[in-house]
Design a protein around this ligand. Sequence first.
Ligand code: GDP
Length: 297
Amino acid sequence: VCRLHSDDGAHVLGRSPVVTVMGHVDHGKTSLLDALRQTSLAAKEAGGITQHLGAFVVGMQSGASITFLDTPGHAAFSAMRARGAAVTDIVVLVVAADDGVMPQTLEAMSHAKAANVPIVVAVNKCDKPDANPERVRVQLATEGLSLEEMGGDVQVVEVSAVNKVGLDKLEDALLLQAELMDLKARIDGPAQAYVVEARLDKGRGPLATAIVKAGTLVCGQHVVVGAEWGRIRSIRDMARKVIAQARPAMPVEIEGLKGLPMAGDDIVVVESEERARMLSEGRKKKFEKDRLTKLEE
Ligand code: GDP
């Protein structure tokens, strides 16, 4: 499946933001992701049909794009962070306009703060008769968020995930936030990447959705992924099109691993199969030792 492709002269280039959606249970994280996913490039190409692959890309008319991690909630964010995977650039904090700020809203705020990741607030369910976005603003400000309309830098966008209202405004706000952050990545050289989701396919074996942080991941390369290893047999974009290589912030599905990695696992490119096996064995031993130490504690 590998298509050879050489690409020279690559340096440091701007890249798309990678966004995670967080917020209190039932405030509409899943609904918002569903609505955004329907505007994704893959959905457009597939006539609205999309699969859950752990990430999707929304493209703008301007040519800019946003990568969304398709796993809502704090557990995923924390698990990734615990494994050292700082993939998220921006957190969308979903707050229901009727419910207002709740315990997990505050938890999400502290997660984002600890990870030094800026927040864009999506006040959701604005279609509801008892929606009160103003109250949400006051609550957030009271909790220490420095809102834009009060001279701060946190943008607040009113949306309705169910009625698909305000999604374009939210996307614009994310792009503006990304612009302020001046996100860049080295694109030449070996890739440094992370797994955001992994699953076992009956025919194709272990499949991992990965996001490159820096460098370029190329089909045919030997890799160590967490404690697993393999050789990349194919790279596909989120529309399932086979591509030769993956660049920073672009989610891709990789095939060719010998075992199933976990979300948050890092992907390291090595020069040979022998080296991949060796590193994988070493890591398996270390992970097992860490597990036993943890059990003893
Ligand atoms: P999550 O737990 O944060 O992922 O929340 P869900 O996306 O599962 O939504 C919880 C409930 O709120 C569901 O019944 C949704 O249909 C409803 N909901 C989500 N977004 C909206 C919205 O914009 N307007 C209204 N009226 N209901 C919504």
